[in-house]
Design a protein. Sequence first.
Lengths: 188, 334
Amino acid sequence: MHPAWIAAIAAGVVAVIVIGIYNGLISKWLETRNAWSQIEVQLKRRYDLIPNLVETVKGYAGHEKETLERIVQARTSAMAPGKPVAEQAAAEGQLTQAIRGLMVVVESYPDLKANQNFLQLQEELGATENRIAFSRQHYNDSVGVYNTARMSFPANIVAGLFRFESAQFFEVPKEEAAAIQQAPKVQF
Amino acid sequence: MPETFRDLIAANRRNSVLLMTLFVLFAALVALILSLAILLSIMPDAPLEETLSHALGVGAVAAAIAMGLVALSYFEGDQLVLGVSGAVPLEKAQDPQLYNVVEEMAIAAGLPMPKVYLIPSDAPNAFATGRDAQHASVAITSGLRNKLTREELQGVVAHEMAHIRNLDIRLMLLIAVLVGTIAMLSDFFWRVLRFGPTSSRSSNEARDSDGEKNKGHPLLTAVIFVLAIVLSLVAPLLARLIQFAVSRQREYLADATAVEFTRNPTGLADALSKLEADPTELKLANEATAHLYIVNPIAKFRGLSETLFSSHPPTQDRIRRLRSLAGERAEPRA
């Protein structure tokens, strides 16, 4: 075979391989972006549950004003747009703390605990926390998949050529963690 | 260093690839030999190249027929299976907790939310179906729903989502095509042998214009025939055995992937213990759908799970592997 033909075929094969690797990296990277936005979605779902929760509890434990107000405050604060990332994380942590505080208070109201509506809300709140946790887990898993692919041979060559950067793992921001570490403030 | 679920997943994937490669090569070889034999018995005097290309044609036709039958299953199979099992679609409002558990697992797996179905039966069992993640369904029996804790339910649902993500339904369908092709060719070969033109005519009689090319046919034909007879008896059985082996391998993989989703091997391990101990039989399941369920729904077959003919690995073994991931000893909780 003419050497020019061999070179052309070899170049074609290499091109196909490079395209395949590139597309693989892109789709893994996009999955990390998708997973990241999922976390936001789950965090925001919490806000919708709070008003109903407050109303239900008021019916049975109306004089637990402080606890209820704290939740409403925390929700408003978390929902406020335009905060820097650290502040937002702290606000989410405050909301988690406020909800937990309410759950502790509820323990002393057996009627409330037996209320169907409240039980459903409790399940929803628990499920929301699970969804937030799993969406963070999935984000970290997708980051692991992408980074592993990016650093493996021969993909690392393509990654270097096209300047694919490594993705960051999610860690619970220290502001949020700090807010959660404190024991819930409860007044009986 | 103790095994993590990632090690288990990697090992399982390697085994699957190995099994599938061997199976495809085996199927191709069997198809080739049987097709050759069929053609040689019809046209013993044809030149070798012609016979070979015709053989490939016969094999291709058989595969096409098998694929056609399976294509129906591929596109409509999930509705069929759901209908046969008596599954009823579930709305979130009917059982929010179950719906939430499925949604949590979909998020952890990075998959779209599957359709959720409930099977009205006391027998605790579950299955997943659907050709890919966008068209997936998960079905749970009411028995399983009521007998398991939330943590155990999560483990079972994670196992089913694992089947969806690992595209096991599609894989088993592909294997069904291969098994079907081999069975069809074996059957066809025997029919041709019994009812077709006899192959006893000596090929030394006829020398066509190609002359020299027909020399050496008698020995080759005889060898191919012997191989074909042996294969037509053995291959369908062997293919089924490989099919069961792959199914078992994918069950282990689904268990390990479920741990990847939940990060909690105990949930699934406890669920499997409960399922194993429950003697209630799932009435609407039969042998055709048994492989889809999380434990073999036909209780008397569970004992046979030590054999090569089981679609599921022994439950005790699955529990043991899960508990070792959790760092617990292999004995179940009291």
